[in-house]
Design a protein around this ligand. Sequence first.
Ligand code: ZN
Length: 271
Amino acid sequence: MKMKIGVSTLLYEDKDIVTSATKIAKSGVKRIELFCELAGFYPGEVTDETFDALASLAKDYGLTYSIHPPCTDLNPASSDPSERARVIEAYLGTVELATRLGIRDMVVHSGFKSDPDVPNADAFDFAGQTLQTVGKTTEQAGIVMLLENTCWGATDFLDTPQDLVALADLCPPTTKLLLDVGHAVIWGMNPTECARIWLPRLAQIHAHDNHGEHDEHLELGKGIIDWRELLCFLKAEHWDGIFMMEVVGQEDPEAALARSLDLVKTCLGNL
Ligand SMILES: [Zn+2]
């Protein structure tokens, strides 16, 4: 068993979901993350035509999809109950999409403090409540939640990688962890150290690069991240999860993906 490579539809973020997934499938990648913010894929607004197109694409190319709910203006740890209700609605809408497409893995975010003055413990409780509510439905639907590290800066409420494990412990027991490498460095953590701590429950990695400050979603190698260290560790541990490229393609998505895949291959091959 070894890790499997996947690619998020974020690669073609300015295209509609079917176009983006089709381009990725044609490149030979078998695991595709469907991001709900691409045109035509917002929960509650997806047409039968889009469902059919995605289902036949999966059949024709032997694809396995995972799903990423919308995240803009959606904060699971918000102090405002009405804002958390909107998150729950969007997440449950995503569960419906997943169910209809036979998807088994759904990303969820931990969120951030509504205000830097909010006590960490309060934000933790709010996030826990949101994820417990969503977790009941995902569990019944046979869908696994992948809890992703997201927070950084003044609105962080998770101080250590262990805190994400504690949050996952509030969710259904099937819940796994997702290491977003780009978010980890902005958080001020060493991604390899996060992988080490989360390894028993680490199901997926979001791979994209940045310069340590902003969530740039650059191709691998264009920022400050030490991919060699992380990949070396994963290989040594025989990690068999999904290494999901969450690169925004910008002007030349094919080239950005090809260079990112090359970097992974070089790192793994030279070990
Ligand atoms: Zn991510």
